[in-house]
Ligand binder design. Structure first.
Ligand SMILES: [Zn+2]
Length: 249
């Protein structure tokens, strides 16, 4: 009877798998998100966002215009051994931009109003305080300081906040929200530096970052660009909905 009413009203209930994915998102961002009702994400301020998947014609189209459920489909291998990802395996790279703009700010001035300074081995970095991202990065720094062998990779940082698009795309980088950090460029590899272009197959994976370093970030809610087919090994971004509470325990 209930489903008849749902159909009659045009409301579609999510299946249990999708419900679980949305719950993980809600638990990761409790200051903003309240829950799921029917096929909508409900914010604490009453905003509702449709939980849909895009009918994208290509991987690039999906990246450029995903639905919120497309973002939640990612499975991030928190703390797992490093291995070359398969083609277009980029967990976390599909991002539903309205979600991030609403939490962190939709303009440079809005984002900047929440930036605080994080002491990164003597370097003052601007990071958003929203969702506890800056506090989390401070805990990462404290843990890294106890492992001197890793410090050559983490300093100097190549930057945190910068209102910019992902190179060669219409998509805002997580750096624009002040929730990403780039580590030491001289130890890093980036797929575009090797001459590859979006949509290309056969990208050869390269990385020098040790797993122990990656795991410190992942334990604190930061995902690593070195787990992407389109690898960016200096890049970490605060995405606690993907690392999960238990992933690295
Ligand atoms: Zn980056």
């Amino acid at each position: 009877m209930i489903w008849v009413l749902l159909l009659a009203s045009g409301v579609r209930a999510l299946g249990p798998t999708d419900q679980a994915k949305v719950q993980r998102l809600v638990q990761a961002y409790p200051a903003f998100l309240k829950g799921v009702e029917d096929d909508q994400l409900v914010w604490r301020d009453g905003t509702r966002m449709p939980l849909t998947r895009a009918k994208a014609a290509s991987y690039t189209a999906l990246l450029n215009q995903p639905g919120l459920l497309d973002q939640l489909d990612a499975t991030y291998p928190s703390c797992a051994p490093v291995r070359p990802p398969s083609r277009n395996e980029d967990p976390g790279r599909v991002r539903f931009e309205p979600l991030f703009k609403k939490m962190y700010g939709a303009s440079p001035s809005q984002v900047m109003s929440s930036l605080v300074s994080v002491n990164w081995f003597g370097q003052a970095l601007k990071v958003t305080s929203v969702n506890g991202a800056a506090q989390s990065l401070e805990r990462v720094a404290q843990e890294l300081a106890r492992q001197p062998a890793l410090l050559a990779f983490v300093r100097p940082s190549a930057g945190t906040f910068l209102w910019r698009k992902v190179a060669g795309t219409p998509r805002l980088s997580v750096h624009a929200f002040g929730a990403a950090i780039d580590l030491n460029v001289s130890r890093s590899h980036y797929w575009q530096w090797a001459g590859y272009r979006e949509g290309q197959a056969g990208i050869t994976y390269r990385n020098r970052f040790p797993l122990a370093l990656v795991q410190v970030f992942e334990r604190h809610g930061w995902i690593w660009g070195g787990r992407w087919y389109h690898y960016d090994t200096m890049h970490f971004e605060y995405r606690p909905e993907l690392t999960g509470a238990a992933g690295c325990r």
